[in-house]
Design a protein around this ligand. Structure first.
Ligand SMILES: O=C(O)CCC(=O)C(=O)O
Ligand SMILES: [Fe+2]
Length: 317
């Protein structure tokens, strides 16, 4: 039976006290991680080799004389980037995290339906980020020669979701559990992480960069947000922006919190590479489809090597 979360402690009691979440399992005093949560050896992160040299970008400079330079840095993100919205099934291992997903349609509904413990702060975070997301999208599309105006914005980010992720400590198997590799499905993901670390991005094989094909850590930087380009932006850009594969490692000593905002199109939105880009490229690398069909395919398959994008790829392109 689905429990009802209608007071300030019922959600906590269900997940933690009654042991239905990962934190509940850990608090019950287990000494071994249950098998379904252990990533297969090939998927485990070797922390020693995973390093990071990715500098943060100061987005406030988009409004000043350094606009072009910063827009170019954002352009570089296409090499590294990527929304999953509730990926649970079909992974190689279950995720070592407790999380809630709060889908946003309007303020009234959010205030009615989101958990009372966090709805105000989550709504404030969503609203505070709105202008920044818009500027970012403007810069990214501007780099492709596409102008973003109010009439178009919903086609790109008409739907939003705030998640709150809690990764409890993992008793005895450091580095072996977490969140498996995936690219986010939507347009842009705005990720706030605490100071613990453990987020890794894979540098694509196809770029001329020193660490190509390697997993690099995206260390927490106070005051910085991580921006992931999602699969939809890869498709709209006809493959110029790459949605990044990323994954999360948990540790045996410190729990971790992250709060992504996923932005994506409405489920009925038609998606296809932007005509301006196809014209320049002389070829469309992805076919047209409806976003809900992409979601079905995304959630129905494991996320190796960004296979989710195969759904839309034109193989002869
Ligand atoms: O916790 C993180 O840093 C990333 C979480 C993530 O990738 C996701 O929820 O899609
Ligand atoms: Fe993600």
């Amino acid at each position: 039976m689905v429990p009802s979360f209608d007071n300030e402690t019922s959600l906590f009691n269900f997940v933690v006290r009654d042991g239905n979440g990962i934190k509940g399992i850990v608090d019950s005093g287990i000494s071994n991680v249950p098998q379904p949560y252990i990533q297969p050896p090939a998927e485990q992160i070797n922390k020693k080799n995973a390093s990071s040299e990715i500098p943060p970008i100061d987005l406030s400079k988009l409004d000043g004389p350094e606009h072009d330079e910063v827009a170019n840095q954002i352009e570089l993100l296409r090499l590294l980037d990527s929304s999953n919205m509730g990926r649970v099934l079909y992974e190689k291992a279950l995720e070592w995290k407790d999380y809630i997903s709060m889908a946003y349609t309007n303020d009234d509904e959010a205030l009615q339906q989101w958990p009372v413990e966090c709805r105000d702060v989550a709504l404030q975070y969503l609203k505070t980020s709105r202008e920044m997301v818009r500027k970012l999208l403007e810069a990214l599309l501007g780099n492709l020669g596409v102008e973003l105006d109010d009439s178009k914005i919903d086609a790109f980010i008409g739907k939003k979701m705030v998640n709150m992720n809690f990764y409890p400590t993992c008793p005895n198997l450091e580095l072996k559990v977490g969140v498996g590799r995936h690219s986010d499905m939507g347009t842009l993901t705005i990720l706030l992480q605490d100071g613990i670390g453990g987020l890794y991005v894979k540098v694509p094989e196809v770029v001329d960069m020193e660490k190509k094909g390697e997993w690099v850590e995206i260390p927490p930087i106070p005051g910085a947000l991580v921006i992931n380009v999602g699969d939809m932006l890869q498709i709209w850009s006809n493959g110029r922006y790459k949605s990044a594969e990323h994954r999360v490692r948990t540790t045996s000593t410190k729990s971790r919190v992250s709060i992504p905002i996923f932005t994506c199109p409405q489920s009925t939105q038609k998606i296809a590479p932007l005509p301006q880009v196809v014209k320049k490229d002389g070829i469309a690398r992805y076919r047209e489809f409806i976003f809900s069909d992409y979601m079905d395919s995304f959630f129905g398959n494991a996320h190796d090597d960004k296979k989710s994008l195969e759904f839309a790829k034109i193989n002869s392109a």
